[in-house]
Every structure is written in C-alpha cells, then in structure tokens.
Design a protein around this ligand. Structure first.
Ligand code: NAD
Length: 292
C-alpha cells in the first residue's frame, strides 16, 4: 500500500520523544524513510527500532541541531543514507522558564540558540542542497515544517526567552517561504499543544482519559505535519497553523492596521490623540498567556 509520503525522505529533529517522536512514527507509517535526530542517543535508537519493527526505514543521528557542523551532518545523513531529502521538520528544543527580571544570560542564550539557530542551521543546509538540485534541473518538491508556539504568537509570562525565539521562528518561516519558493520548497510552521516532558507540569491537570480521545496526546499534532510534508501541500507556504487534539487553526499573522498620515513630520506633542484614535480603531490584542 502506498502512503501519503511514500519514499519521501524526512528529517525530524528532536525525534527521540514527545511531539518529534510522534512525527517520526507518523511519517514512517505513510511510507517515508526517516532520519531520527535527537541529542539523546538511547531515545533515537528506540524510535528507530519502533519504526523498523513496523516495517519502516529509519536511521538515527545525535547531532546537535544548533551546531553549524551538526546541522550539516544531519542533512548529509539523509543524503548519504537515503540518497535524497524531501522534508525537514524542525522540532527540537527545550525551555528554561523564568520571569524576565530573574532570567540569566545563559538561560537566554541557551533557549534562543536551540530554537532559533536550531531552526536556521538545518534549514540553511537543506536550502543549499535544494537550490543545487533545482539548478541541476531536478525540481525539488521539498517541504520545511518549523515549530513555533502559542508563546511565540501571543507571548507567555515567564517565557520571555522562549517566546522571543518562537516569534523569531514565525518570522524566519515567512522569509524562508518567500526566498525558497523559486526552488520548489514550501516552508510552514506549527504552534502545537500536547502533553510531553516539556509540558507535563502545565497539562498535568488535564486527565488522560481511560478510553476515548486523549486530546493532549502528541500523536494528534502529527497528521497535519505529515500532510504539510506531502506533495499535496504544494500550494501552502508561509503559514502558521495552531494544532491541538482535533483542532487545526490557521493563525492570523501581523497585519498593517489603522493608519493616520499627516504627510509631514509629527511633533511629539501632537501624537497623544493620534495614538488614542488608532487604538480605538484597532481590535484589542489577544491576551498574553499567563496574564490573569
Ligand atoms: N508540548 C507542547 O505543548 C508544545 C507547545 C508549543 C511548542 N512546542 C514545541 O514542540 C517541540 C517539541 O517539544 P516537545 O513538547 O515534544 O518536547 P520534548 O522535551 O518532549 O522533546 C524535545 C526533544 O528535543 C531534543 N533536543 C533538545 N535539544 C536538542 C538539540 N540541540 N539537538 C537535537 N535534539 C535536541 C530533546 O532531547 C527532546 O527529545 C519544541 O520545539 C517545543 O518548543 C511544544
């Protein structure tokens, strides 16, 4: 039987557990050979064994995705092991939550590095490969799926480092979509919600049902990512989808809002009523997560 991603070679970062593991298994179930990346070697080995036990193809890598050479090695693994690369799912990361007034430089750097550079570095090496493919006349039908967060789209109290990095990923997504379209590459992002090691404390109060639909299972996030990774999604690029349980929603990006144009430079003293007028004509912003 042919799957939705039959023989499409997929790289999933942070695929040793949580949402990334669910993505790797879901792609494999649709016929895709998968490069299972995670810094946790035991976890990658388990996921590879699970995929192989189900009759799929997978290879493990333990590259640090935010390391330039590590990200190149990740892309090279797909090319040397499976001979091609069709889909890059940027998913790996961690949190170091703290109020801004207590947030340390090391916590800022670590979170911005793993998420923002950890998205850019694999994307950059994959994009270079796809550009070469396009120039050689082998028209890629390639897909990148990035992982933002509700924290990046709306902000989240106690997660200034994470929110900034995840907002940066949304910005990177739209630029990459615009730049890579000419090479046959689409770039979208998801903002997922699921019960994982990262969010166990947040979603602890949401009981796992004994039977029926477990809306917080990470496996619920993956079907959309698999579809975005398929050839069917060719017309969809530069978008951010929120996904949780059975819900899929298209996030509305920043847009130009109400405008006043004086046609000349403002005097600062004039601007009070102007800003008041703009605020009255604009929709209220959605609340930052964690603001009561
Ligand atoms: N769980 C949620 O509700 C939720 C919400 C919004 C966004 N996200 C995002 O989804 C993604 C997956 O999160 P999760 O909840 O599955 O977390 P998780 O902790 O279960 O899994 C993340 C994986 O990334 C790996 N990883 C960390 N640093 C790495 C590196 N430098 N190189 C390679 N692998 C690395 C970890 O070892 C871990 O296995 C993350 O980007 C997270 O920010 C999750």
């Amino acid at each position: 039987m042919s799957g939705l991603c039959q023989d499409r070679v997929v790289v999933v970062t942070g695929a040793g557990r949580g949402i990334g593991r669910a993505h790797a298994l879901a792609f494999a179930a649709e016929g895709a050979p998968v490069v299972v990346n995670d810094v946790d070697a035991d976890a990658t080995a388990e996921v590879v064994a699970e995929i192989e036990a189900l009759g799929g193809k997978a290879v493990a890598t333990t590259d640090d995705i935010a390391d330039w050479a590590g990200a190149k090695s990740l892309v090279d693994t797909a090319l040397t092991h499976f001979g091609r690369l069709d889909v890059l799912v940027n998913n790996a990361g961690f949190v170091r939550d703290r109020m801004l007034v207590n947030l340390g430089e090391d916590e800022w750097d670590a979170v911005v590095r793993v998420h923002l550079k950890g998205h850019f570095a694999p994307l950059r090496h994959a994009a270079e490969h796809w550009r070469a493919e396009a120039k050689a006349g082998r028209a890629p039908r390639a897909r990148v799926i990035n992982t933002s967060s509700g924290a990046g789209l709306l902000g989240s109290v106690g997660q200034g480092n994470y929110s900034a990095a995840k907002a940066g990923i949304a910005g990177l997504t739209v630029v990459a979509a615009a730049e890579l379209a000419r090479y046959g590459v689409t770039v979208n992002a998801i903002a997922p919600a699921a019960r994982t090691r990262m969010t166990e404390a947040v979603f602890a109060s949401m009981a796992r049902p004994d039977d029926g639909f477990d809306a917080m299972a990470p496996e619920n996030v993956s079907p959309l990512v698999v579809w975005l990774g398929s050839e069917e999604s060719a017309q969809v690029t530069g978008r951010v989808f929120e996904v949780e349980g059975g819900k899929v929603s298209l996030a509305q990006a920043w847009r130009h809002g109400p405008v006043v144009d004086k046609g000349a430079r403002w005097d600062p003293a004039e601007l009070g009523p102007v800003v008041k007028d703009l605020l009255e004509r604009a929709p209220e912003p959605e609340p930052v997560y964690g603001v009561s």
